[in-house]
Design a protein around this ligand. Structure first.
Ligand code: RP5
Length: 162
């Protein structure tokens, strides 16, 4: 059975960031399929992936890229599936280039853009799970439990030693 979430990234170098999306989904019991798909270096792979994503059975696409980060927007232009974009932190401009490349889509082709870096990848996983949970009560319960555990883990007062 196809995983419901595709996690694609422009480069192997994006994996330390994008694995946070995969880890988050794994913690929620959601399978993901992680692939390297570059808008610039493997444009035909990107085309084939985006055109075939819905037929493959994916429900949500998480796409991460850094620098001139065209990948999420290009994929969104070729599939009706929801696309969540993760700006990977670049060396030259600390990910501000990635963020602006991903977030500034023209009206008509949306990309749900998350924060730069690890937090964005983690939240992309959570948001993908929330989208899937609309039609999956068991997943909704797991997501609520995860959120409660997070709340419960926050101390009411700060302590020394942290
Ligand atoms: C983008 O260029 C990738 O998404 C990556 O964030 C960035 C740098 O790629 P590498 O030169 O590390 O492969 O396409």
């Amino acid at each position: 059975m196809t995983a419901p979430v595709a996690i694609v990234m422009g480069s192997q170098s994006d994996w330390p960031t994008m694995r946070h999306a995969a880890d988050m989904l794994d913690a929620l019991g959601v399978a993901s399929d992680c692939r390297i798909v570059s808008a610039h270096r493997t444009p035909e792979r990107m085309f084939d992936f985006a055109k075939g994503a819905a037929d493959e059975g994916f429900k949500v696409v998480i796409a991460g890229a850094g620098g001139a980060a065209h990948l999420p927007g290009m994929i969104a232009s070729m599939t009706h599936l929801p696309v969540l974009g993760v700006p990977v932190q670049s060396k030259a401009l600390s990910g501000q280039d990635s963020l602006l490349s991903i977030v500034q889509m023209p009206g008509g082709i949306p990309v749900g853009t998350l924060a730069i870096g690890d937090a964005g990848a983690k939240n992309a996983g959570l948001l993908a799970a929330a989208i899937l949970a609309i039609g999956d009560d068991a997943l909704a319960e797991r997501l609520k439990a995860w959120r409660k555990a997070q709340s419960d883990s926050v101390a009411e007062r700060p302590s020394d030693g942290n």
